[in-house]
Design a protein around this ligand. Structure first.
Ligand code: NAG
Ligand code: NAG
Ligand code: NAG
Ligand code: NAG
Ligand code: NAG
Ligand code: NAG
Ligand code: CA
Length: 553
């Protein structure tokens, strides 16, 4: 029986050989699917991972398949670990290539075959799909796709980095992406928190740089693979965009961009500052700007109202100064960040411009810029003055200019206009507590320092509030006889006018300036003429001698 079966098999084989008059002397390779890009071809000693279907040339029957085994096959090429035909047939193959390798028996299992699976003298056909190539000599490969032109610093071990990545296998199959989580991947570098290949591949990167990092399996997840997405012995390809970097030992970085000339005073603890800012992350993405709100950011300095880095950075500034301030997260919003605005562990970059600052203890600052040679008296309370002025914010924005003297003079301006000669010019800085305070007014923003240029044009000595006329020395001892110029014991309106005007001319008395003298005198007369008969008589004055001296409302 045995002999019969053997003969039968032999005969079949014989028939087969007859059908193919030119038997294979070597492997035949049919590369039926070659990828357009092939960065690497299989060479001797390379490890490969591949899928295959093995069939008999004779009848197309399948004798083996990696798919049936449930996982891709892993081997090393060219060292006799595979049948010779495969060692040869896999040479020069690219990842994602599909080829058919036809192997004659002398390069496969020969005339003996292999236990019950491959019969003697079988020609084998392998359909192969290559998934991965690596070599024990391999290193992490880095390909830079984009490097920003300006790069202050590049990543180093012990830095904390935030980056986006797309992770794929060599075949291009995606296994993970930071984008799927809407968040950067955040980690320390060089401390073993990452797979070895990434700890290495992320070094020397600038914020904004894009690179491809190819990691061989032994510097990635090795023989075990990772989860369901990363098979054993998989090379990994990461396309990385560095978003942020800092080191926990970093201090604040302050770059002074512009200091106005003639800066004499600099901010200090306890000052109140108004500034504009543009806030961005290190990759240039804006997260906030005071300009958009049309209003400055206002705060006390170094009193814990702002993040620690900002409190420090706001020291020593001049009005009008521009600075760039780079604040590491441990001096900003830390690991928590701010909901929907600032991610955890983010470095913040602020470009600031100081509009003004003051201290709540500041007085009105008066600088005389021109003093006329000839100065006949200076302005004081109750005087009627005419002045020209320009009123600006400290950044030079002109608010008001020489309008007819303001109806409501702020206390700081009152102060700034005191003791001035006609023709004198001044520059006066009015802090908000001497100006419009926290509420501001009109065009004047809340808590703004105001800058006035003043020039006194005319000075009329005045009378105290509520008075129409004052005596400049002691008045006459007896008022009525003094008033009764012609001595007829009565003082009609004309005589009263003549009397008052004489006092004014002789410098003994002063009428309220800026009001029509005739109507003042009429008022004064009416007040004295108690019985309204058109003349003042002695007892009308003597009833209230003191009153007459100070005069009336
Ligand atoms: C093996 O055969 C299966 C079933 O026909 C097919 O899906 C798979 O793509 C084949 N594999 C290779 C490497 O050709
Ligand atoms: C990411 O953001 C998109 C759009 O805002 C949203 O549809 C998606 O649910 C977010 N995914 C996660 C994981 O938060
Ligand atoms: C990741 O892939 C997305 C979608 O293709 C792409 O928009 C993004 O730029 C990629 N990111 C990186 C770092 O390559
Ligand atoms: C800021 O001012 C501009 C120009 O005056 C105006 O168009 C804009 O609406 C203002 N924005 C806000 C937030 O007030
Ligand atoms: C903030 O950005 C605006 C618009 O780009 C720019 O005009 C302004 O000068 C910037 N401010 C600072 C302080 O850099
Ligand atoms: C106000 O500004 C104008 C224009 O700069 C200048 O000519 C004028 O002298 C200024 N006025 C005062 C009072 O300084
Ligand atoms: Ca008289």
């Amino acid at each position: 029986m045995d002999l019969t079966i053997f003969t039968l098999v032999f005969c079949l084989h014989d028939v087969f050989v007859n059908c193919n008059p030119a038997p294979f002397v070597d492997v035949v390779v049919d590369r039926y699917e070659i990828p357009t890009v092939c960065p690497r071809e299989v060479e001797t000693e390379d490890f490969i991972r591949y899928h295959f279907n093995g069939t008999f040339y004779a009848d197309g029957k399948k004798f083996d398949s990696s798919h049936d085994r449930g996982k891709a096959f892993i081997s090393q090429v060219g060292l006799g670990r595979l049948i010779t035909g495969m060692d040869r047939g896999l040479q020069g193959m690219c990842v994602n290539e599909q080829r058919r390798i036809t192997i004659p028996p002398h390069l496969a299992y020969g005339s003996i075959g292999t236990g019950g699976v491959v019969p003697p003298d079988a020609v084998l056909v392998y359909d192969v799909l290559l998934l991965d190539i690596w070599n024990t000599e391999d290193k992490v490969q880095i390909r830079t796709l984009h490097k920003p032109t300006s790069c202050h610093r590049s990543t180093a071990a012990s830095d904390f980095v935030r980056y986006h990545y797309n992770g794929t296998l060599l075949t291009g199959a995606a296994f993970d992406s930071s984008y799927s989580r809407n968040a950067t991947y955040d980690t320390y570098l060089g401390q073993g928190d990452l797979i070895k290949g990434m700890d290495e591949g992320l070094l020397g990167m600038c914020v904004g740089e894009r690179r491809i990092i190819i990691v061989p399996p032994f510097l990635a997840y090795g023989e075990t693979g990772h989860g369901t997405e990363i098979p054993p012995q998989a090379s990994l390809v990461f396309e990385v965009l560095l978003v942020d970097v800092f080191n926990p030992t970093d201090d604040l970085i302050v770059e002074v961009k512009e200091v106005p000339e003639g800066c004499t005073r600099r901010t200090a603890t306890g000052d109140y500052i108004r500034y504009h800012y543009n806030g961005t992350f290190q990759d240039g993405t804006a997260f906030d700007s005071s300009y958009k709100r049309n209003s400055t950011y206002n705060t006390y300095i170094d009193m814990g109202y702002v993040i620690r880095g900002m409190d420090k950075a706001l020291q020593g500034l001049c009005t009008g100064e521009k600075r760039r301030i780079i604040i590491p997260p441990h001096m900003a919003y830390g690991e928590a960040g701010v909901d929907h605005l600032i991610p955890g562990s983010a470095v913040l970059v602020f470009d600031i411009q100081v509009i003004d600052f003051h201290n709540p203890k500041d007085p009105v600052d008066i600088k005389v810029t021109h003093k006329p040679q000839d100065c006949k008296g200076t302005s004081e309370a109750d005087d009627l003055i005419q002045y020209r002025y320009n009123c600006s914010l400290m950044d030079g924005t002109l608010l008001y200019s020489s309008m007819p003297a303001c109806s409501e003079v702020i206390p700081g301006l009152e102060e700034g206009l005191g003791g001035m000669c006609v023709g004198e010019k001044r520059e006066v800085v009015v802090p908000p507590h001497w100006g419009h305070g926290e509420n501001g007014a009109g065009e004047v923003p809340s808590s703004a320092v105001l800058f006035f240029e003043l020039e006194l044009v005319e000075l009329n000595k005045g009378v105290p509030d509520g008075y129409m006329f004052v005596w400049l020395g002691d008045g006459p001892d007896l008022l009525f006889p003094a008033m009764d110029l012609n001595g007829d014991k009565e003082v009609p309106r004309e005589e009263f006018t003549a009397f008052i005007m004489r006092q004014v001319e002789e410098g003994k008395g002063r009428l309220r300036p800026g009001v029509d003298a005739d109507s003042i005198i009429q008022d004064m007369f009416n007040n004295q003429d108690h019985n309204k008969d058109g003349k003042i008589v002695e007892n009308e004055v003597e009833e209230e001698p003191e009153q007459a001296k100070r005069d009336e409302l």
